[in-house]
Design a protein around this ligand. Structure first.
Ligand SMILES: Nc1ncnc2c1ncn2[C@@H]1O[C@H](COP(=O)(O)OP(=O)(O)OP(=O)(O)O)[C@@H](O)[C@H]1O
Length: 299
């Protein structure tokens, strides 16, 4: 007689091996009156998992993301903690100890980041193709021009942009397309983790939804993990496997998206959920559109 266990894709992902372990990270802005922007933050990111990072403005989301990627600049200082990247090869990388060339290689190729308003970071006087090629050349040696061109065209197609746009200048593209190009750039070196900090905030809702759907689809296809930062909790509930809620520099709750929605434990999470009418109103029947929650029968 065989027994069957119902395992959701969500459980499968969170049960997966970790790709990143963040332990007790504290970040202080050493200003005249030092500000502890992140205090004792710990989380584990599973391979291929989408982890949402939610919380009100100023709670420390961006500071934490920058620290994990070592992009923080003085006066910010990582006062304590550890960040370990678990490479697909089996190697464990102490991210906070990386220096110079090793750190440069780590960024983009292992962990890449899409910033708030990244679309405005494109160089206005260089074509999209030239800018994608710059990133590729900086990280891959000995790849010929034709192969690089094909790779650049391929990532554009993946994010839904016509590869003919390689010849375009940023001003010839809509905001949504430029943001897609930035996501393509972050994907270029096939990183195992992508950190996205409010990547769609500046875009209208329809474009925002399209891009998010694309990110979830790409994750399903390519199996990179995502840390997705926003204060838009309904959005996170739709796309995330798990969600961490931050308040005053601390992660106060971290759970599967569905559990957080139906049975939040921390009063602040409940308050946050209650502050979105779409989640709390009479017609608040919340529908997950992501491809993450259909149960699946496993033998
Ligand atoms: N350069 C700085 N110097 C001093 N304090 C800073 C600096 N940058 C950020 N802070 C403080 O650190 C705290 C966390 O800021 P952070 O930008 O990480 O929050 P956030 O949750 O990402 O906010 P938002 O959603 O508005 O981007 C805030 O109290 C902020 O005032």
């Amino acid at each position: 007689m065989s027994t069957t266990t119902t395992v959701t894709p969500q459980q499968r992902r969170t049960a997966r091996e970790p790709v990143l372990s963040v332990r007790d990270v504290t970040v202080v802005y050493e200003t005249e009156r030092p500000v502890t922007a992140v205090e004792g933050a710990s989380f584990e990111l599973g391979r291929g998992e989408i982890l949402g990072l939610a919380g009100e403005s100023g709670c420390g989301k961006t500071t934490l993301a920058y620290a994990v990627n070592r992009l923080h600049l003085p006066p910010a200082r990582i006062a304590s903690g550890s960040v370990t990247f678990h490479d697909r090869s089996g190697e464990n990388v102490d991210v906070l100890a990386l220096q110079d060339e090793a750190l440069r290689r780590f960024r983009w190729s292992k962990l890449s980041m899409v910033f708030q308003g990244a679309m405005n970071a494109l160089n206005p006087v260089r074509t999209i193709g030239a800018q994608l090629d710059d990133t590729l050349r900086a990280h891959t040696s000995g790849t010929d021009r034709h192969t690089r061109r094909e790779r650049c065209a391929d990532v554009l197609v993946r994010v839904g942009v016509d590869p003919l746009r390689l010849r375009s200048y940023p001003h010839e593209l809509s905001g949504g397309m430029r943001q897609r190009v930035m996501i393509a750039m972050a994907m270029l070196l096939e990183p195992q983790i992508m950190i996205m900090d409010e990547p769609t905030t500046a875009l209208d809702v329809v474009v925002q939804r399209d891009i998010l759907r694309e990110i979830v689809r790409l994750r399903d296809e390519l199996d990179f993990a995502v840390v997705f930062i926003t204060h838009d909790l309904p959005l996170l509930l739709e796309i995330s496997d798990r969600i961490a809620v931050m308040k005053g520099g601390r992660i106060v709750e971290l759970d599967a998206a569905r559990t957080l929605y139906t049975a939040a434990r921390h009063p602040y999470t409940r308050k946050l959920l209650g502050s979105f009418p779409s989640l709390s109103g009479d017609r608040g029947a919340f529908i997950r559109t992501g491809a993450v929650d259909e149960p699946e029968e496993l033998p």
